[in-house]
Design a protein around this ligand. Structure first.
Ligand code: MF3
Ligand code: CO
Length: 276
């Protein structure tokens, strides 16, 4: 993946970030409902139906459905599937599985995109460690998403975190991305690399940061369905994603429900005195 420094990165106003927050909250609430629904016996098609209903009752639109022909509302990637797994009534979750659920929604033309990975029932401690390492890497990347930093400072922070957590495969073939009036925009956000490279981060940018790691090698393959990305070695994988706004006061995690775990308050992001 080459960083395309020549391409324009969309800048958002505080008011536009507020619209993106609406979309982000729809995604966050949908993922919360889905996480509570995950249990042995449920199918990934059941999860997709729940997501479609949640997004619709929130007055938002799903962004994945129909995207380059994608046939569902969410992506459900089980065990050795890394990303872009297609929900199916034939995929019934069992205790011990792990699943990544990726969800996107649009409000007033503004996009939110996030993913979580979680266990089904009791899981192998090594799988739990995989999930924890991937979540930690995402948050280290988020912490590096500050104005004045360079894009690859995020990439480097993610990679360093993954390396510090253990001997994991770090996927390189898929990246995070800019987001705003479209789901996938400039710049690509790699999950590895040296610090200090790429465009300087500025308030008004929004990025979807999404590390993907495996218990084995970093190599991925695409199934014949044209979507599902699996590990080449069959090892299990995890994937976490947040949509992050870069504000003068730091990163604002638009797809995080918990206000206190967002690094800045909504009032600060709107240019008002910090209410913390
Ligand atoms: N959320 C995915 C990504 O992070 C996109 C899903 S692909 C789709 O970039 F086709 F399902 F939309
Ligand atoms: Co994404």
């Amino acid at each position: 993946m080459r960083l395309r420094r020549d391409r324009v990165i969309e800048l958002k106003s505080p008011e536009q970030f507020a619209r993106m927050r609406e979309a982000g909250l729809v995604v966050a609430r949908t993922l919360q409902v889905l996480a509570e629904a995950v249990r042995p016996g449920i199918t990934t098609a059941d999860l997709d139906a729940i997501a479609a209903q949640q997004i619709r009752i929130a007055g938002a639109a799903p962004s994945f459905l129909g995207y380059f022909g994608y046939p569902a509302t969410i992506c459900t990637s089980v065990n050795e599937e890394i990303v872009h797994g297609i929900p199916s009534e034939n995929r019934r979750l069992a205790a011990g599985d792990i699943i990544s659920i990726d969800c996107g929604a649009i409000v007033d033309g503004w996009h939110g995109d996030a993913a979580i990975s979680l266990g089904v029932g009791d899981i192998d401690p090594a799988d739990q460690a995989l999930l924890d390492a991937c979540r930690a890497a995402l948050w280290q990347g988020i912490a590096a998403a500050t104005s004045g930093n360079r894009l690859s400072d995020i990439s480097h922070a993610v990679e360093q975190s993954v390396r510090a957590s253990g001997n994991y495969g770090l996927i390189r073939d898929y990246t995070g991305h800019g987001i705003g009036t479209a789901m996938h925009m400039e710049p690509a956000v790699p999950n590895y690399g040296p610090p200090g490279r790429g465009p300087q981060l500025r308030a008004g940018m929004a990025l979807a940061i999404e590390p993907m790691i495996t218990r084995g090698s970093r190599h991925a393959a695409e199934l014949s369905d044209g979507w599902t990305v699996v590990t080449a070695d069959g090892s299990r994988a995890a994937h976490f994603e947040h949509t992050v706004a870069i504000t003068p006061d730091g990163p604002w995690v638009l797809t995080d429900l918990a206000r206190e775990s967002a690094l800045v308050s909504e009032s600060a992001a709107n240019g008002e005195p910090d209410a913390r």
